[in-house]
Ligand binder design. Structure first.
Ligand code: FAD
Length: 411
């Protein structure tokens, strides 16, 4: 057991709450400081999927041509707001650099180390009964309309095999056997039996928070305005007054960018907005997360209904959502699930805190060991949360981290 410390975690999303729970399990006195409601940031409306086999960085060899095609297509899944170009350009250059084969494989290795143990760690954090209530370990499926494999598919399969990721390539008939509700246009697929989804993303955060509260974790509703390191810990200036602690963990999603800036650090973090539509009437149309590979849109059955997520929109976090993006998701839902009347549809936009190499930022401020970052999980916050929390608990305890934190260092 580590020497108990007072720890403030800024941000009550899946990352912050996981950190709070893991730290409380080690005997620390933890407070979560959240300006809104627990679990109502990006973690509220995501696609609910954990997928160890698909832990590939978003940038891959040849990504530039695909990205350009997507950007040029008004109906495509990528949008770059012209006003964000100056802020996004340096990020995009780093993103394209990650697509070089060596860098891509190195990023995959680090992502795999982070995401692969997620099921085991969630079982420890939630306990067996709660894990079974929240998790649906039904596997995950990716599907294609074109029948032929590309060169990159072989490279990815080799990497998966090397890292022990279970997967099975499927033909059209096998896709149909797994998911009868899918359009018969899909001609091939890949199945990941070790993956799955949660029944509700906000439900996952609430469940983690419940476990944390049972261990004494407190929640303060306040916005953190400034972080002031001192000789004896750290003082947070919040909207409800100062809060003193030994250690602070910045897990504020995209809000971490401004907090870092106030500490003299420019994080390589962009606001990558994504959208969902949720259709309560057709919750049971499929039984596991299905990714339409051509658009990268994902359909997942949830307690709330069938949810389709996607879109990478590079725009400021606080700009109103663009209605056209949800129309693209709806058009995709109609082609994925042919003949299913979708009925009532609700819409949502959330901001992914995304790094160019898809690796989160987990580690101490270079000049202040008591200020730690846990952010930048981009498209994979559910898979990455438990190991992030484990690494943060190692760092707070002053132990050697269970996997090297070098790839996730502050950058
Ligand atoms: C459309 C979409 C689909 C996705 N699908 C998946 C998926 O299927 N699987 C997956 O693993 N991931 C998915 N993701 C990504 C996932 O949702 C994120 O990686 C994850 O939610 C990030 O969690 P977080 O805790 O870092 O951020 P958040 O959930 O945004 O939490 C940060 C919290 O910090 C608070 N905060 C910010 N600034 C301050 C401040 N100054 N003071 C106090 N509080 C503050 C915010 O209010 C917020 O509640 C998806 C994302 C989107 C947008």
């Amino acid at each position: 057991m580590a020497e108990p410390r007072t720890v403030a975690v800024i941000g009550g999303g899946v990352i912050g709450v996981s950190c709070a729970l893991m730290l409380a399990r080690e005997g620390h006195r933890v407070t979560v400081i959240e300006e809104g409601r627990i679990g109502h940031g990006c973690s509220w409306g995501n696609g609910a999927q954990y997928n160890v086999g698909a832990s590939f960085p978003m940038a891959y060899p040849g990504v530039m041509w695909r990205a350009l095609r997507w950007l040029a297509d008004a109906n495509g899944p990528v949008r770059l707001a012209p006003r964000e170009l100056p802020r996004t350009l340096p990020w995009l250059v780093r993103f394209l650099r990650t697509g070089r084969p060596g860098a891509w494989e190195a990023a995959y290795t680090a992502l795999h180390a982070l995401n692969a143990p997620c099921v085991k760690l969630y079982q420890e954090m939630l306990g067996d009964t709660e894990w079974k209530r929240v998790f649906r370990p039904n596997g995950a499926l990716h599907v294609w309309r074109d029948g032929s494999l590309g060169a990159l598919d072989g490279v990815m399969d080799n990497l998966r095999t090397r890292y022990g990721v279970a997967f099975e390539r499927l033909d059209a008939e096998q896709v149909r056997e797994l998911e009868l509700g899918l359009s018969p246009d899909y001609r091939r697929g890949i199945f990941f039996p070790g993956s799955g989804s949660v029944s509700s993303p906000v439900g996952l955060v609430e469940s983690l928070m419940q476990q944390a509260a049972a261990l004494g974790v407190a929640v303060v509703t306040a916005g953190v305005k400034a972080i002031e390191p001192g000789p004896n810990g750290v003082t947070l200036q919040t909207s409800t007054g100062p809060h003193h602690c030994d250690t602070v963990v910045i897990a504020a999603g995209i809000g971490s960018r401004d907090l870092a800036r106030s500490l003299g650090i420019s994080l390589s973090l962009t606001s990558e907005r994504g959208y969902h539509i949720t259709m309560p009437g057709i919750a049971g149309a499929i039984s596991r997360p299905v990714t339409d590979a051509a658009s990268a849109f994902v359909a997942t059955p949830l307690d709330e209904g069938l949810r389709v997520v996607g879109i990478a929109e590079f725009d400021a976090p606080n700009v109103p959502p663009d209605k056209r993006q949800c129309e693209k998701l709806l058009a995709c839902a109609r082609t994925m699930l042919r003949d299913k009347p979708v009925g009532e549809v609700s819409e949502w936009m959330g901001v992914r805190p995304s790094t160019p190499d898809s690796l989160p930022i987990i580690g101490p401020h270079p000049n202040h060991a008591d200020i730690l970052f846990a952010t930048g999980h981009g498209h994979m916050g559910i898979s990455g949360a438990p190991m992030t929390a484990a690494l943060i608990s190692d760092l707070v305890a002053g132990r050697e981290p269970r996997v090297s934190c070098v790839p996730y260092r502050v950058r």
